[in-house]
Design a protein around this ligand. Structure first.
Ligand code: CS2
Ligand code: MG
Length: 402
């Protein structure tokens, strides 16, 4: 079997997605997600100009060699644009291979280690009581694990909180929106939020929280320690994660489990975090982390050091990524939990898929390959719209992590 050509479909059914479709001389094609929120066209250009011309004639079954060709052959290795581009090709080739062998992808990854994939949803509110209502609503929906984010008194706009009555979507058309940040208000508020929620719902539901890269290590240590009575499943992105050593300080002070990695793009961003057991869950995904080939190697390294997976699953990762993640989630021994932000119904129409939600779990389904497709005609009705993620400034105007 040979690759004949590849196409890129950029569409915006409620939000932007970039999809690579790799075609072969046997009529089988594979899909890869290539969406990088706020930087979509950088990946489109990298694929169009520097990757797709090299694919023609390659054997799509040679996933390892193609991965190494695209990684080592780049010379300028790693980074989110390069690794998202490599990921899109890699996902598509694995999709082709599993379709050609007529098996669901998980059968090529080691088969089933479980029958279903535990997921966590997002509950967010403009204030603590609205947030509690959202938590209780998601418990009713059957979720066993819930990420809790709330508006913070005295702060205009907070990460992870939708405007009243709207679905949460961080990227907005036009130039970046500016948010404000006050660490002290956040640190004094969050423990009280979880105290109130735990007192109301008890201990059974798994609770998670995303600090979204905004604390210093000692601030994160204080938060982790003050959250210990409420037994979080994890505290996510507590600090800006460029300096892996900074997690040593955090780890010394708290037993609250740590999750990090949705912005990582290779094992080199996290090998210290893994080998020194500085984290409990790795969030790097098949989309931004170099594809199935690289995620498998990284997850297998993590298994040795008691680090489990907790793949990123926000709505700015397309159903193609969700499908690929679920096949990995079903098979990896050290699977931890999968993020589940359900896409809008229109997105599910553009990307028909086999996976489904039931009783707090996702199931990848048994369709051959990834089990996801793209409806070109429908996708074509929703052209790309430039959009930016927000920026964040502290009260005094200092630029900060969003
Ligand atoms: C968030 C993401 O889901 C999460 O944990 O950190 O929603 C993140 O903000 C977006 O994916 C950024 O595009
Ligand atoms: Mg996050």
């Amino acid at each position: 079997m040979k690759i004949t050509h590849a196409e890129i479909i950029v569409c915006s059914p409620t939000r932007n997605f970039v999809t690579l479709v790799v075609h072969t001389d046997e009529g089988i094609y594979g899909l890869g997600d290539a969406t990088l929120n706020g930087r979509e066209m950088a990946v489109v250009s990298y694929l169009q100009e520097h990757v797709i011309p090299c694919l023609t004639g390659k054997d799509p079954f040679n996933t390892e060699d193609t991965w190494q060709f695209l990684y080592k052959g780049a010379y300028w290795k790693r980074g989110p644009v390069t690794m998202t581009s490599i990921a899109a090709v890699d996902m598509a080739l694995w999709d082709i291979k599993a379709k050609a062998l007529n098996v669901p992808l998980y059968q090529l990854l080691g088969g089933k280690s479980r029958e279903k994939v535990l997921v966590y949803c997002h509950a967010n509110g403009t204030d603590p009581h609205h947030t509690l209502e959202e938590v209780e609503k998601h418990i009713e929906m059957g979720y066993k694990a819930i990420r809790v984010q709330s508006g913070i008194p005295g702060m205009r706009g907070t990460y992870g909180v939708a405007k009243k009555g709207e679905k949460y979507e961080p990227a907005t058309p036009g130039l970046p929106q500016q948010y404000e940040w006050n660490t002290e208000k956040y640190l004094s508020f969050v423990p009280r939020l979880f105290e109130m929620i735990r007192n109301k719902i008890g201990e059974e539901i798994l609770l998670l929280h995303d600090a979204h890269h905004r604390l210093t290590p000692i601030e994160a240590a204080r938060l982790g320690r003050e959250l210990e009575p409420y037994h979080l499943f994890w505290l996510e992105d507590p600090v800006s994660e460029e300096l892996q050593e900074s997690f040593r300080l955090l780890r010394r002070h708290t037993t609250t489990p740590i999750a990090v990695g949705e912005i990582f793009s290779s094992v080199f961003d996290c090998h210290l975090l893994i080998t020194e057991q500085l984290i409990d869950y790795l969030r790097m995904t098949v989309l931004h982390g170099g594809g199935i080939t690289h995620i498998l190697k990284t997850a297998h390294l993590a298994e040795i050091y008691n680090v489990r997976t907790g793949f990123h699953g926000a709505t700015d990762l397309s159903p193609v990524t969700m499908a690929a993640s679920l096949h990995l989630d079903l098979s990896l021994h050290n699977f931890g939990i999968q993020e589940h932000m359900p896409h809008e119904p229109l997105v599910d129409e553009v990307f028909p898929h086999a996976y489904f939600f039931a009783g707090g779990y996702l199931y990848p389904g048994d369709a051959p390959g990834l089990g996801v497709d793209i409806n070109r005609q429908l996708a074509g009705k929703y052209p790309y719209r430039p959009a930016y993620l927000p920026i964040n400034r502290r009260d005094d105007g200092t630029m900060w992590n969003w």
